[in-house]
Write a protein that binds this ligand. Structure first.
Ligand code: ATP
Ligand code: NMN
Length: 288
C-alpha cells in the first residue's frame, strides 16, 4: 500500500484532509449533472461485490440518467458501530484502500471512521456535500461551475432497513432521500418492491440497479470462511487477502459465529439503531 494511503491506529481528525485526488474536477458536457456516489457500510472486510456496486451504478447512471459520475467514496463506519465481526476501523480503512488502489475514480474517506462516536448517514452525506460543493466548489463545466449531486450507494438490504421501525429517524430518511437520493443495488434475499413500498414519496430520487450477474458475496460469508480456515481468494481482492493474513484478522469466532449457517452475525442494537437492523439484515446472507 502506498504510504500516503496508510491509516495508523493513532490517526485523529486533526491529521485528516479530504481525499480529492481521484475526484474529476471538470466535465465537458453541459446537459449532465456531476454525480458523486457514497457507499456507507462496515466493509469488514470489503469484497468484490462492494467494488462491483460502483461499476454497476456508474453504468446505470450513464445509460439511464442525466448524471455524469465524477467520483465515488467508500466510508467505513467507526468503531462505535457495535456489530460483531467488525474489526478495527483502521484495518477496514486500510483494506478498502488496498482494494481501490488500482481505481482511477473510487476513493476511501476515513472521516466517518475517525469519529469516536457513531455518525448517522445523514451527517456523513452532509460532510461529503460540504467538502465537494462548498470547500472545493463543485466541478467546472463549459458553462461555469456546477455543484455535484451527492448520492448514497447501497444494497437493497440497507434500504429495507429504512422501513424497519426504530432503525432510522424519520427525519433522516426524509433528509437523505430528499436532498441526496439513493442508488440501490438489488440483493438476493431482499424483495426490492417491499423494501421500497414505504419510500414512495421519494421515488423520483431512488434509482434501482438490477444485478445482471447475480453476486451474493457478503462480508459475513467471508468471515465465516476465514473462521473455518477456508479460502477467501477471489471473493476479495488479493491485497486484502494478504492484509487479513498479515494482521491475523477474523481468526476469533464472532459472538454468534455467524450462526454456523452464514446468517449475519449481528450483536443487536447499535448506536443510533434498534435491533431491527439486525433482523432486517439477516435475510441476505444465506448459508455458506
Ligand atoms: N451481495 C450484495 N448485493 C448487494 N448489495 C450488497 C451486497 N453486499 C453488500 N452490499 C451492500 O454494500 C454496502 C455495505 O455493506 P456491508 O459492509 O454491510 O456488507 P455486507 O457484506 O452486507 O456485510 P455483513 O455481511 O458484515 O453485514 C451495503 O449498502 C450493502 O447493502
Ligand atoms: N440512522 C442512520 O443513519 C442509519 C441507520 C442504519 C444504518 N445506517 C448506515 O447504514 C450502513 C449499514 O451498514 P451495515 O450493513 O454494514 O450494517 C452503515 O453505514 C450505517 O451507518 C445508518
Amino acid at each position: 500500500m502506498a504510504a500516503a494511503d496508510q491509516i495508523r491506529g493513532d490517526m485523529t481528525l486533526s491529521d485528516y484532509s479530504f481525499p480529492h485526488s481521484r475526484l474529476r474536477r471538470r466535465i465537458t458536457t453541459t446537459d449532465r449533472t456531476p454525480l458523486v456516489l457514497i457507499a456507507c457500510g462496515s466493509f469488514s472486510p470489503i469484497t468484490f461485490l462492494h467494488l462491483r456496486m460502483f461499476e454497476m451504478a456508474a453504468d446505470y447512471a450513464r445509460f439511464n440518467t442525466q448524471f455524469e459520475v465524477v467520483g465515488a467514496y467508500l466510508s467505513c463506519v467507526g468503531d462505535a458501530y457495535k456489530k460483531s465481526g467488525l474489526v478495527k476501523a483502521e484495518h477496514r480503512i486500510n483494506m478498502c484502500s488496498l482494494a481501490v488502489a488500482q481505481s482511477s475514480w473510487i476513493s476511501v474517506d476515513p472521516w466517518e471512521a475517525l469519529h469516536a462516536e457513531y455518525l448517522e448517514t445523514a451527517k456523513v452525506l452532509d460532510h461529503f456535500n460540504d467538502e465537494i460543493n462548498e470547500v472545493i466548489g463543485g466541478v467546472e463545466t463549459p458553462n461555469g461551475r456546477k455543484k455535484c449531486h451527492i448520492a448514497l450507494l447501497a444494497g437493497a438490504d440497507l434500504i429495507q432497513t429504512m422501513s424497519t421501525p426504530g432503525v432510522w429517524a424519520d427525519k433522516d430518511i426524509d433528509y437523505i432521500l430528499k436532498n441526496f437520493g439513493a442508488f440501490i443495488v438489488e440483493r438476493t434475499g431482499t424483495d426490492i418492491d417491499e423494501a421500497l413500498s414505504a419510500l414512495q414519496p421519494w421515488k423520483s430520487n431512488i434509482w434501482v440497479i438490477q444485478q445482471l450477474v447475480q453476486n451474493d458475496i457478503s462480508s459475513t460469508k467471508v468471515r465465516l470462511f476465514l473462521r473455518r480456515d477456508m479460502s477467501i481468494r477471489y471473493l476479495v481482492p488479493e491485497p486484502v487477502v494478504q492484509y487479513i493474513e498479515e494482521h491475523g484478522l477474523y481468526e476469533e469466532d464472532g459472538v454468534a459465529a455467524a450462526s454456523a449457517g452464514g446468517a449475519k452475525d449481528r450483536e443487536g442494537a447499535r448506536p443510533g439503531e434498534s435491533k431491527g437492523v439486525a433482523e432486517a439484515g439477516s435475510s441476505n446472507s444465506g448459508g455458506a
